[in-house]
Design a protein around this ligand. Structure first.
Ligand code: NAD
Length: 497
């Protein structure tokens, strides 16, 4: 048997020349102002490239191209089966470039290369394939009206869609929106986060190569308050679909209201509760899921189980196991194949997480970690951190930290666990462990969250909707429900003479 190929990612990284120009109307272009910003790798502080700092005038160009492409029907008026074929070709190209895309993702935002390869790229490919396969199997409706009338209910593409995404899963977050939007026939303008523009820019060229016509998929790089805001305020954009913080989600609502009442979809922050109850008989499994639920992706996860709610009789055992696992997850260079915890996205965010850790030290007991490490590398690394004896009123229990920081809250039984779990402005995800089916039923019904995990955490598939209750957002990504965001329903009445 031949040995698996060992890839030297450091060598490949040194040879890579990432694209930094925006992609408008089928071409890579500079910002009209000529402005750029540095794309810095959080692994070692190396400058990877200069990225176009687009602003309102660039957004206007992209919207014009997208509008023209939409109205002349070069994509929207193709049969769904044709769009499917091209989107499948796009997915194949992403798969063929998986090593390059995984490397770009890791260099740009610091996640371990093993995760970019085994999670981010395959999930992106699957997402495009799934929506491509779905789009020629959706039927419209005929209403049960009087026999003298024919009333049809049809879905039409929305038109020009703005898509604004964060940096924690740059490709997957973009794919969850791009795939249904494109499959439905829309033209799109994608605004990646300024911290992670590289894979979005590479995907744009692969989309063109696959046969997605020019003007249909545009990528406009730049900062939130300039490029992002201009996109959300633009009068000719029909909808803005956003993933990011709750604060910016509220701005998006405001911009939509101030401009053309465009449709919005918001996937925002979370402070998810992960409950382990006394009647859970698989404590090792639960502890492992709890550790993975907060430390995977450096804790830069919207659905991170950042509030661990432990029932008193099992707390010591679970906590000891999590501590042991966390100790084995020390941050390391994400280009090393065995690294489990990589670099934080950038210096600014690292600072923000360290401020939360400082505030945690004032209000709870630091059990593990809490330090910035590997500073000599020039990169951004934080140890897995656990706070014990946290009150749910504490800042580290109420605010989203978006880092490898776990807040442990101890409770006496199910009722208290549920009350604390739901005492949050957020409602993205929640998890509960028990071996009593009645307890599980009661808990899963009571938890106010868009995704609830029972005896597991972070289970994921494109077939299920993802999104939040309360201030975690409006609308859902993934599954067939996502088509609701990118289409308008039209009722057409025809009198039969
Ligand atoms: P962010 O809100 O700061 O930025 C997200 C995107 O919005 C970026 O592209 C940014 O440039 C843009 N933006 C910023 N200000 C803007 C403005 N005024 N107008 C228009 N666009 C603007 O979030 P982030 O730090 O990139 O990502 C972390 C956040 O994303 C966390 O809160 C996390 O929970 C959330 N998130 C949610 C989900 C979900 O599915 N619910 C998934 C991933 C991340």
């Amino acid at each position: 048997m031949s040995k698996p190929e060992v890839i030297n990612w450091h060598e490949r990284a040194a040879a890579l020349k990432p694209e930094g120009q925006a992609f408008i109307n089928g071409q890579y272009v500079s910002a009209l102002s000529g402005e750029t910003f540095e794309c810095v790798s959080p692994i070692d502080g190396r400058i990877l490239t200069q990225v176009a700092a687009c602003d309102q005038e660039d957004i206007e160009q992209a919207v014009k191209a997208a509008r023209k492409a939409f109205e002349d029907g070069r994509w929207a008026l193709r049969a769904p089966a044709e769009r499917k074929k091209i989107l499948l070709q796009f997915a194949d190209l992403i798969e063929q470039h998986s090593e390059e895309l995984a490397l770009l993702e890791t260099l740009d935002m610091g996640k371990p290369i093993r995760d970019s390869r085994s999670v981010d790229v395959p999930a992106t490919v699957r997402c495009f394939r799934w929506y491509a396969e779905a789009v020629d199997k959706l039927y419209d409706e005929v209403a049960p009206t009087s026999p003298s009338m024919l009333a049809t209910i049809t879905r039409e593409a929305l038109g020009v869609c703005g898509i604004i995404v964060p940096w924690n899963f740059p490709m997957i977050m973009a794919a969850w929106k791009l795939a249904p939007a494109l499959a439905a026939g829309n033209s799109v303008i994608l605004k990646p986060a300024e911290q992670s523009s590289l894979t979005a820019l590479r995907l744009a060229a692969l989309a063109l190569q696959a046969g997605i016509p020019e003007g249909v998929l545009n990528v406009v790089t730049g900062f939130g308050p300039t490029a992002g805001k201009s996109l959300a305020l633009n009068m000719d954009v029909d909808g803005v679909f956003f993933t990011g913080s709750t604060q910016v989600g509220k701005y998006i609502m405001q911009y939509a209201a101030e401009s053309n009442m465009k449709r919005i979809g918001l996937e925002c922050g979370g402070k998810s509760a992960h409950i382990i109850l006394r009647d859970c008989e698989h404590l090792d499994e639960a502890a492992e899921a709890a550790a993975f639920g907060i430390f995977f992706n450096q804790g830069e996860m919207c659905s991170a189980g950042s509030r661990l709610i432990l029932d008193e009789p099992v707390r010591d055992k679970v906590l000891a196991k999590i501590q042991q696992m966390a100790q084995n997850m020390q941050p390391n260079n994400p280009l090393e194949s065995e690294t489990r915890l990589g670099a934080m996205v950038d210096a600014t965010h690292t600072q923000r997480v360290m401020e939360y850790i400082a505030s945690g030290k004032q209000e709870a007991q630091l059990l593990l970690g809490g330090k910035q490490v590997r500073q000599e590398s020039g990169g951004c690394y934080i140890e897995p951190t656990i706070f014990d004896h946290v009150s749910n009123k504490a800042r580290i229990a109420q605010e989203e930290i978006f880092g490898p920081v776990l807040s442990v809250i101890t409770v006496k039984g199910l009722e208290e666990a549920l009350q604390i779990a739901n005492d949050s402005i957020y409602g993205l995800a929640a998890g509960v462990w028990s071996d009593n089916v009645n307890t599980l039923m009661k808990a899963t019904r009571a938890l106010k969250a868009g995704v609830v995990y029972a005896n597991c955490y972070d289970a994921d598939d494109i077939t299920t909707p993802f999104g939040g209750f309360k201030q975690s957002g409006i609308g859902r990504d993934k599954s067939l429900h996502a088509f609701d965001k990118y289409t308008e329903l039209k009722s057409t009445w025809l009198r039969i003479r």
